[in-house]
Write a protein that binds this ligand. Structure first.
Ligand SMILES: CC(C)(COP(=O)(O)OP(=O)(O)OC[C@H]1O[C@@H](n2cnc3c(N)ncnc32)[C@H](O)[C@@H]1OP(=O)(O)O)[C@@H](O)C(=O)NCCC(=O)NCCS
Length: 159
């Protein structure tokens, strides 16, 4: 039996085309969200070798517009695994092709849950972080998971 870990990283590069524009001529936030969800799906489904669903999305922030004509690269990795859920971190890099300007537009975090053919959660292989980067992402993801749980508990108290 292979002791290799499942592939936990996925990347996708997409050209921002005019059909993705909003009324100001820049890329519509919804178009980017749709791509982010597709990348998160691909990364988590490939890692878990199963169908997955999106449970939550954190920290999507558009500090600067993305322009039509730019190349956008999504670098995704499974940062953390619970029993059935995975946190997928996605770093968004934009590239102005003509001016050769590269920007880190955004990083965000999706929680994806592996499900079986009846859409019931099913176990995922545990992620074993090995490199220093993977360990750092794992520790940060664990903290975000705890913070999400705490936030939910605190809002439940005042509901
Ligand atoms: C995701 C889903 C399958 C989870 O179902 P569930 O009955 O809550 O399942 P469980 O209680 O077994 O939880 C499954 C995992 O989700 C996590 N989870 C569930 N509810 C959560 C919440 N409110 N906050 C954080 N994590 C949560 C659990 O911690 C568990 O992860 P773990 O096994 O790694 O610890 C279910 O909520 C669902 O189908 N949601 C809709 C998904 C979807 O359609 N997405 C697209 C929306 S358009």
């Amino acid at each position: 039996m292979s002791m290799e870990q499942p592939n936990h990283q996925t990347s996708m590069t997409v050209l921002m085309t005019p059909d993705m524009a909003n009324f100001s001529g820049n890329v519509h936030g919804g178009a980017v969200l749709r791509l982010l969800d597709q990348v998160a799906y691909a990364c988590a489904a490939r890692y878990a070798s199963s169908y997955v669903v999106t449970l939550s999305v954190d920290q999507v922030m558009f500090r600067q517009p993305i322009h039509v004509g730019e190349l956008v690269t999504f670098l995704a990795s499974v940062n953390y695994t619970g029993s059935t859920s995975m946190e997928v971190g996605i770093k968004v890099i934009t590239e102005n092709i003509q001016k050769k300007i590269v920007r880190h537009a955004n990083s965000c975090f999706f929680t994806m849950v592996a499900v079986d053919e009846n859409f019931k959660p099913q176990k995922v292989p545990p992620l074993i972080p090995t490199t220093a980067d993977e360990q750092r992402r794992h520790t940060a993801a664990k903290l975000r998971r705890e913070l999400r749980q705490e936030l939910e508990a605190r809002f439940r108290e005042i509901a």
